[in-house]
Design a binder for this molecule. Sequence first.
Ligand SMILES: Nc1ncnc2c1ncn2[C@@H]1O[C@H](COP(=O)(O)OP(=O)(O)OP(=O)(O)O)[C@@H](O)[C@H]1O
Length: 411
Amino acid sequence: MPGVQRLTADHINNRHKQYKHSPGKYLCTYKNFAILEKSTIREALTNVTAPGDSENIVQAGRLLNLQIFGDEVVVDVQSPSPALHNKKKLEVDILKAIHDHAYPKAKIKVNVSVAENAKEDIPRLRGSEIPGVKNIIAIASGKGGVGKSTISANIAAGLARMGFEVGLVDADIYGPSMPIMFDVPNARPLSVQVNGRGMMQPVESYGVKLLSIGFFAQANQAVVWRGPMASKALNQILWDTYWGELDFMIVDLPPGTGDIHLSLVQSVPLTGAVVVTTPQPISLADARKGVAMFRIPSINVPVLGLVENMSWFTPAELPENRYYIFGKDGGKYLAEELNVPFLGQIPLVQSIRESGDVGRPAILQENTPVAEAFNMVIRRMVEELMIRNETLPPTEVTRITTMAGCSAVKK
Ligand SMILES: Nc1ncnc2c1ncn2[C@@H]1O[C@H](COP(=O)(O)OP(=O)(O)OP(=O)(O)O)[C@@H](O)[C@H]1O
């Protein structure tokens, strides 16, 4: 670069004597170079945490060496993970931290070595199973706003209530709503070491282990993520998380048929999918596309069934009345036409909306018509799942055994 000189240590020491010290930033600037302070750089690096670590790289002892030559900085750092994307992320975070917190024009070289005890990542092969996870069920809808997240939350909370081990993945990048629906809007997943590997620990609420893209994005940020970024976040949620033993992993997908859907089916063998629709023709048309997507031969995920949400409106003061404001039985007829099991109808009632907003899924209001409607959907879904696991080639080899004594799944 014109006018930029390469500095030697002597050169810098001489300049130190000549120019005024600017505490907390860099010692001084002279012509085109700044003379940086080691403590400033070290301080800037406290903003960087290696993937899988819970402490920043300075606290965690990952910073092996730091050399400064004027405005040139050489950082030797250790990565706890040998994965290329983790090493690259560490390097990029370091560059950003120094530029943002120390000196925007610093010339930085980062040497990343791998910790000796680092474990290889679990291979992310299409079709490989998440260790300990028995059944993975995607909840999809063609159209947005039909209540897919509400159904996912209630299915997850209901299964947990029945005694199953349940995980819930909120993959809805356009509106991750699970943190609010489970009353953990400010939670952040902790990091745990599992077999020497740093992993995320899901947030737990109502017995459901929950991870949401919303935990990693600022409000309104996730919606502008590009496909590859969202897919990467989804992969981390699936694979870099310590889920433990799960009978069910429920995945709340974004509406439509996009990148996230493809990433999901490429990452894990879905046991099945549930499609949510309202009885309205415009929603039915999109639900049809959703079912068609899972039936594409290269995707080939069994559709466990269709749920009709907002089937009728019932006002609290007139519980016997039903107003079919989005049409009547549209989802039921579509299920028949597509030869897909019909899992049930959920009414449009104020208490479902309220329970979502206050963070306590409606299914937990026991002995109410709403809870019974959701329980019916779950029973039908689990029955279809059992049939699917017995009759179709195993994408998930482990059968559900824990439901035998569960009254909730008996007819
Ligand atoms: N059966 C119902 N009765 C009353 N309100 C409902 C019902 N189902 C969903 N809602 C409300 O409708 C709104 C949309 O629901 P939800 O967020 O679950 O839809 P969604 O399909 O996941 O939307 P998107 O995918 O576009 O984020 C929410 O305010 C929710 O509380």
